[in-house]
Ligand binder design. Structure first.
Ligand SMILES: [Fe+2]
Length: 132
């Protein structure tokens, strides 16, 4: 297996968390074993907590990404660690780190019409939503 551009990998032992800038090589190792490829969930299903990122159009060409359909908790023990937006051609990305007590959202300029948003919950993992 080889890595691909902008994939996420995590070490299941120490928690080291990386994103691939340019792929094509073998999967990285950490703590003596292969890192785990994180695959994003895209369907909240019937769960009460919502994680799928949603693109919201604001005034004057601004857009924001919210997590999720109902705001996700932002507590010390359970919160969204980051939101990232990636253009569909994978030539542009922007990352926003988040911390407990902040709102689970990210402000964008208008040019993210064809893009995917990803977010990482410290308990429930990686999720994605699309703007197309
Ligand atoms: Fe969560």
């Amino acid at each position: 297996m080889t890595t691909e551009k902008l994939e996420f990998y995590r070490c299941e032992i120490c928690g080291n968390f990386v994103q691939v800038i340019m792929g094509g090589g073998p999967v990285m190792h950490c703590c003596g074993q292969e890192m785990k490829h994180l695959v994003a969930n895209s369907n909240d299903g019937a769960s009460l907590e919502k994680h799928v990122p949603v693109f919201i159009k604001e005034n004057e060409g601004m857009c924001e990404i919210r997590v999720g359909e109902l705001p996700h908790p932002m507590l010390n023990e359970h919160y969204i660690m980051f939101i990232e937006v990636i253009s569909n051609d994978k030539n542009k990305m922007q990352l926003q780190y988040l911390y407990p007590e902040q709102e689970p959202k990210m402000l964008l300029t208008s040019d993210w019409a064809k893009a995917t948003a990803k977010e990482f919950c410290n308990i429930h993992g990686l999720w994605e939503g699309h703007n197309d």
